[in-house]
Write a protein that binds this ligand. Structure first.
Ligand code: SAM
Length: 275
């Protein structure tokens, strides 16, 4: 049976190329092209946009992005078994899909990104998703090379990304994302939408860069949040002891008896700038 884009159904592609899902690579594939289109559409217009996709797998999301008019997709895939399936998509959309075989954590994305608008869209492998997001949030200079991130995470991770102070999910990720971006959850995706189904619900998160985030050294903010949330139930005078403890907090005019989860993003920035 043909699909909307004229390529074979993903179930056939997976069978023909023997792409049985590997847990170690975080492989939970999306086979419903209506759903992958919904995810791609949530990134806004893709006309004339270059998209970087991490982990295209058999190419469900890649096909959706291309069918929505992206100028080009640069896809980074670690599992070489997927390359022949991706080559078929490349043949169908000549000159529009470039596949980089390798580990996305080791690819210097700004150097492969061309001039012009770049959006990152990905159903991320769960084992490297958070690290990739942190790398995209913490380049030394801002604005970054990307104009939006549209990413699928386990719902619990999505909640941590969009969380504010006094929220149970608030932590290092919420501070780093809240500092430089507007982050919002777009919609949930139930386990049964994936093959094989994961244990938990997933969610699509959209992040766009704040044009002028509060000035702060990303490395210092990381050190502060790492220490503060590493012992989140303790008072800050205790958890921040290695970084100056009470003296640092007094200098930043923050009560040393407070706990990390009560500090706003702005207060974390003040602390980092005081460091
Ligand atoms: N995009 C496909 C989809 O939505 O059906 C597959 C998503 S699956 C959750 C994650 C994909 O990332 C897999 O294809 C896996 O092989 C790939 N992957 C895992 N670790 C990776 C890494 N470090 N760099 C690049 N790709 C990776």
């Amino acid at each position: 049976m043909a699909t909307l884009d004229g390529l074979p159904p993903l179930r056939d592609v997976i069978q023909r190329h023997g792409l049985d899902a590997r847990k170690a690579l975080g492989q939970n594939f999306l086979l419903d092209l209506n759903l992958t289109q919904k995810i791609a559409r949530s990134a806004g217009s893709l006309e004339g946009v270059t998209v970087i996709e991490v982990g295209p797998g058999p190419g469900g999301l890649t096909r959706a992005i291309l069918s929505l008019g992206a100028k080009k997709v640069i896809a980074i895939e670690r599992d070489s078994r997927c390359l022949p399936a991706l080559a078929e998509i490349s043949d169908h959309y000549p000159g529009k899909l470039e596949v980089i075989a390798g580990d996305a954590l080791k690819v210097d994305l700004p150097s492969i990104a061309p001039e012009g608008p770049v959006k990152i869209i990905a159903n991320l492998p769960y084992n490297v998703g958070t690290q990739l997001l942190v790398n995209w949030l913490l380049p030394p200079t801002w604005p970054p090379f990307w104009e939006s991130l549209t990413l699928m995470f386990q719902k619990e991770v999505g909640q941590r990304i969009v969380a504010n102070e006094d929220d149970d999910h608030y932590g290092r990720l919420g501070v780093l994302a809240g500092w430089r971006t507007d982050a919002r959850m777009v919609f949930d995706v139930p386990p049964q939408a994936f093959t094989p189904p994961p244990k938990v619900t997933s969610t699509v998160v959209n992040l766009t860069p704040r044009p002028q985030p509060l000035p702060c050294d990303a490395k210092k903010l990381e050190r502060i949040t790492h220490a503060a949330f590493g012992q989140r139930r303790k008072m800050l005078r205790q958890s921040l002891k290695p970084l100056g403890g009470e003296a640092l907090l007094n200098k930043a005019d923050i009560d040393p008896a407070r706990r990390a989860e009560t500090l706003s993003v702005e207060e974390f920035v003040t602390l980092a700038n005081t460091l």
